[in-house]
Write a protein that binds this ligand. Sequence first.
Ligand code: SF4
Length: 485
Amino acid sequence: MKSHMPSTSCQNSNAQARAGAICSARVIELLQKYDRPGPRYTSYPPATEFKAMNAGIYLDALERQSQLYGDTEPVSIYIHIPFCSSPCYYCGCNKIITRNHDNVRQYLDHLRKEMALLRLQSSVYRRPVTQLHWGGGTPTFLDDAEVTELMHLTAHYFNLQAGKDRDYSIEVDPRTVTRERIELLRGLGFNRISLGIQDFDQNVQKAINRVQSYDEIVELVGTIRARDFRSLNFDLIYGLPLQTLESIQETLSQVIALSPDRISYYNYAHLPERFSAQRAINSQDLPTPSQRLEILTTIIDALTGAGYLYIGIDHFVKKDDPLALAKAQGKLRRNFQGYSIDKAADLIGLGVSSISTAGNVFAQNEVQLEHYYRALDANQLPVARGVVSNAEDALRREIIQQLSCFRSLDIAGLERDYKINFAEHFRLALPELEQFERDGLIVMHGQQGLTVTTDGTLLLRNICMAFDEYLNRGTPLRPMFSRAI
Ligand code: SF4
């Protein structure tokens, strides 16, 4: 259905000059109208809905999955390294700022214990690990010996793969690596790297306390390319203090010159009441909402003009990237890392605050380091919260996946697969969908489906929110969510 739905651009207004152009004046109006915080939908139900849970529920779910699909069913692993040596002022991650390297020893010992306990209590270790991701914090806070130790530990307790198809990725803070370090990571089996760039403008970098020179990045990219990593991702942020249209244009031309395979361009959510580091940012220095929109449209125009495909919320990829192919083949999925190819349904999260998924169960580890250590010291897996999603969650998750990944909804397919009457089942959402259509954000195709327009792409999260039962249960919108733009 996705392929034969009409593609639309700027509905209800005069057609803009070229495909993909953003109707700025109209969109500003729409953004003001729909400006409300919402989840990024890297999971559904969102992590904000997780409740207290014990590890037994997660272990049972893992066993059910193994029995259902067998030991050859692929699995993903995520390992969280929480340490950073200095705070970036925009940061909303779960991290620990320290210069004391002794912390790492204690953390690695507990990670080993977590892996050993999981292996003891579950057969998941037999399943091939097709995707591995180290995130943080700063994974490269670990020194060479520690990075090597952690990879060896993972290989000891799980079924790591050596095949070319595997996706083993690591988030790299460019300030923490050398050429030799990159070579070591490649030697250990990583084949994807994500560089935390954020912005190339020196004034912006100073305002966010993350200074790194363009020349250093150029050299690093050269080393990564020479070492034959399969993919290079840049993490960038818009809406940062002191960013202007001109500075973003300069950053964009520097980014495009380095030609990363994937670009994640996140919008900065200024929530100083929740993230103390953000209190160091002068809110007067932040771009206004209309400047943010101008910046966003400049980003979309520049990157799509340079041959990148805007695959959905915050993410751009080269047209021959596996994610672009996965999108064309209907295999793209949204998950905790943003977007990925649907290689493994289950995810083992290791380390403080990590989230695991097994079948219909989401399980999150203790978020506080001392609680994480305490559970493991008592020989217990450190699962603290989570949710067992039900059939209704699964239906809504599928809808949010389709909207986020394909900007369309196969209503006929949903009615068939989930045995529902869409209009009846979502009667409470219908007035909102009708309003979206009047505002040119979506086009309804009778009972067959709907497509999201170019304008609607900018408000994709808001469209997803219409199907979020938790938000629509009268739960007040929370300050922890960022806004659409
Ligand atoms: S942005 Fe990354 S490197 Fe900076 S403080 Fe946050 S987790 Fe650490």
